[in-house]
Write a protein that binds this ligand. Structure first.
Ligand SMILES: Cc1cc2nc3c(=O)[nH]c(=O)nc-3n(C[C@H](O)[C@H](O)[C@H](O)COP(=O)(O)OP(=O)(O)OC[C@H]3O[C@@H](n4cnc5c(N)ncnc54)[C@H](O)[C@@H]3O)c2cc1C
Ligand code: FES
Length: 261
């Protein structure tokens, strides 16, 4: 699959909550090739600090040449991206990695925790566009507070997904872990797609394994190159071999990972 380095122009930057924002970039070549679950490596700022690009899931591609990123501010790179104004540019490399594989004839459960929700909106939108007769999509979103996931929950509902919400502080949806409403619905699901904190993905993978439901996880790890060259992103596979998250993933079948439970 072709990959591009593209100087992408910021169209909008929208703050969703104190730490979450959404960046819409004019990036026609990357957007035209992107698949749900793939990611881009973004250069943050115009100086050598930070030196390395940062990886971000592709959150949305609406077919108009734009590429959307959902970003949580956690450090220097994400802060620099949050400060970008419309008209400024950001150098992107992508689309990278392997994305989700969804069977439209099966009932799907999508589980997103925090900023791990990012690739799931793209997965629902592309499934709707490609397979108008697809089986139901149930989305389970977890966040620290209601502010983090309120707008995203509404957006999933607007595109026809049924949505269950859980927050740590109980300010939206049920109070507690998103794995709770997910477990209650698991008996109705035939395939599951997960992205979020490692502990959440490990718990979801265990539940799916026990219920014999196939599960794909989108992994996060520290990445230096994003291209399979630096070995910085490896995780332990269940077979004793390593997996490069950037090249073999970031989306992998859950049973391929040696989960630390
Ligand atoms: C495939 C992939 C997709 C991603 N998609 C998104 C996304 O859609 N939206 C988003 O906001 N973030 C996403 N991330 C995480 C994002 O890359 C990091 O948050 C970002 O690199 C932090 O850069 P920084 O300079 O702001 O923070 P830094 O100063 O580099 O780090 C700040 C803190 O965040 C931790 N951290 C940094 N990178 C990671 C990481 N990869 N995993 C876990 N902890 C990390 C550091 O240990 C440190 O504690 C993704 C990561 C990967 C590997
Ligand atoms: S980030 Fe360099 S090998 Fe994966």
């Amino acid at each position: 699959m072709p990959q591009f380095q593209e100087k992408s122009i910021v169209v909008t930057s929208e703050r969703l909550s104190e730490s979450y924002f959404r960046l819409v970039l004019e990036s026609p070549r990357i957007a035209a090739q992107a698949q749900p679950g793939q990611f881009v490596m973004a250069a943050c700022g115009s100086t050598l600090d930070p030196l390395l690009r940062r990886p971000f899931s592709i959150h949305r591609c609406l077919g108009d040449g734009t590429l959307h990123l959902l970003i949580k501010i956690v450090g220097k790179g994400t802060k620099l991206l949050a400060d970008l104004e419309p008209g400024e540019s950001c150098d992107l490399l992508g689309p990278l990695g392997k994305g989700f594989t969804l069977d439209p004839d099966k009932v799907s459960g999508l589980v997103g925790g925090g900023v791990g929700i990012a690739p799931l909106l793209f997965l629902v939108e592309q499934t709707n566009a490609r397979y108008p007769q697809h089986q139901a999509l149930h989305v389970f979103l977890g966040g620290q507070t209601g502010d983090d996931i309120r707008q995203l929950g509404q957006e999933f509902e607007q595109i026809g997904a049924s949505v269950s919400l859980a927050t740590d502080d109980g300010s939206l949806g049920m109070q507690g872990l998103v794995t709770q409403p997910f477990e209650e619905a698991l008996g109705t699901l035939q395939q599951v797609f997960v992205c979020g904190p490692m502990a959440m993905m490990a718990a979801t993978a265990t539940l799916c394994q026990q219920a014999n439901v196939p599960c794909q996880v989108s992994l996060e790890s520290h990445m230096a190159c994003g291209l399979g060259a630096c070995l910085g992103c490896t995780v332990h596979g269940a077979d004793g071999n390593y997996r490069h998250v950037c090249k073999h993933g970031p989306v992998l079948p859950a049973e391929e990972i040696a989960w630390i439970r």
